[in-house]
Design a protein around this ligand. Structure first.
Ligand code: 13P
Ligand code: SF4
Length: 311
């Protein structure tokens, strides 16, 4: 049996669409119908006419698709593929934090559980966080969760003073300033690309700060030939595919004994699990109806503002 051909055959037979995030393994990205960042995956899910969405990414991405498409079957190859950032913001604790600060507009990064989104006013991704924050009047009191690094970065570029939830991603927190500077000595002409989930000290070294899609676009359009990439290393697959003549160097984590620039959750998605999940139409994502009813409002607000701003 050719597993890839079987996957494609089942997709045709079942009218299923495979969506993949840039952090999944290259072979998963290659077999997907659509590859994108968190914003693009949500936008695509909202408009697909497939009967089944197979979300090759982490759990919150599947949940977002299910909330947007309650009548579709949303499958994920591995339910254990969660997200350290989403888990750093339990919904009950976040709701307490919100209740302690009345009068604030609550903005949550898309890397949250459906239950956390349910106590949120507007969802953002790293592709639209700046613009959405700037769309609110300057004096609006804002709570931003869960990523303290992204929130701190948005505060610094917008001059806001948003109240930050103290959460972070275990992958992006690990990049090392010293190791990036060492690489810069070796490759003085290299451009440094940084995801805003990285610490502020790493962001300061960046030639470009942005979402996975924004970093990819920059690497394609910029004339530099060498790029040091401070985000999960799966993105290098699409960068290298788009620009085979350029050199992309994954920024090393501070602990060189581990592959900490890999998201262990994203890497749980394998070809075999993708095959099994299409065959068995499981595991399936379910979202509690009451939670989904509350969570869809901030997601739709994000999609509406993004559309209005042409993002
Ligand atoms: P993007 O929205 O940039 O794709 O990032 C998602 C993510 O999980 C970053 O760690
Ligand atoms: Fe979550 Fe970090 Fe993995 Fe992104 S890289 S999915 S934020 S754990």
């Amino acid at each position: 049996m050719n597993i890839k051909e079987e996957i494609r055959r089942m997709c045709r037979e079942k009218n299923a669409v495979i969506m993949a995030h840039y952090y999944t393994d290259g072979e998963i990205q290659d077999i997907a119908d659509f590859v994108g960042d968190s914003l693009a995956l949500a936008q695509k899910a909202a408009t697909t006419d497939a009967d089944i969405i197979v979300m090759c990414g982490v759990h919150f991405m599947g949940e977002t698709s299910k909330i947007l498409c309650p009548d579709k079957k949303v499958l994920v190859p591995d339910l254990e593929a969660t997200c350290s950032l989403a888990e750093s913001c339990p919904a009950d604790k976040f709701a307490e934090f919100v209740a302690e600060h009345p009068g604030h507009t609550v903005i949550s990064y898309v890397n949250t559980t459906a239950a956390t989104k349910a106590v949120t006013d507007i969802v953002v991704t790293s592709s639209n966080a700046r613009q959405i924050v700037e769309s609110l009047p300057q004096d609006t009191p804002i709570i931003f969760g869960p990523d303290r690094n992204l929130g701190g970065y948005i505060n610094s570029i917008t001059g806001r003073n948003m109240l930050l939830w103290d959460g972070a991603c275990h992958v992006h927190e690990k990049f090392s300033v010293e190791k990036i500077l060492e690489l810069k000595k070796q490759y003085p002409d290299a451009k440094v690309l940084v995801h805003p989930e990285c610490k502020g000290t790493v962001v300061k070294l960046a030639d470009k700060v942005g979402s996975t899609a924004a970093l990819l676009k920059y690497s394609i359009n910029d004339p530099a030939q060498v790029f040091i990439v401070a985000t999960e290393s799966g993105i290098l697959h699409e960068m290298q595919k788009s620009c085979p003549e350029k050199t992309f160097i994954p920024a090393p984590p501070s602990d060189s004994t581990c592959s900490c620039n890999e998201c262990s959750y994203m890497k749980l998605v394998t070809m075999q699990k993708l095959y099994d999940c299409l065959l068995n139409e499981a595991p399936e994502i379910h979202v509690d109806a009451e939670v989904a009813e509350k969570a869809i409002r901030p997601i739709n607000r994000m999609l509406e503002i993004s559309e209005k701003l042409g993002l």
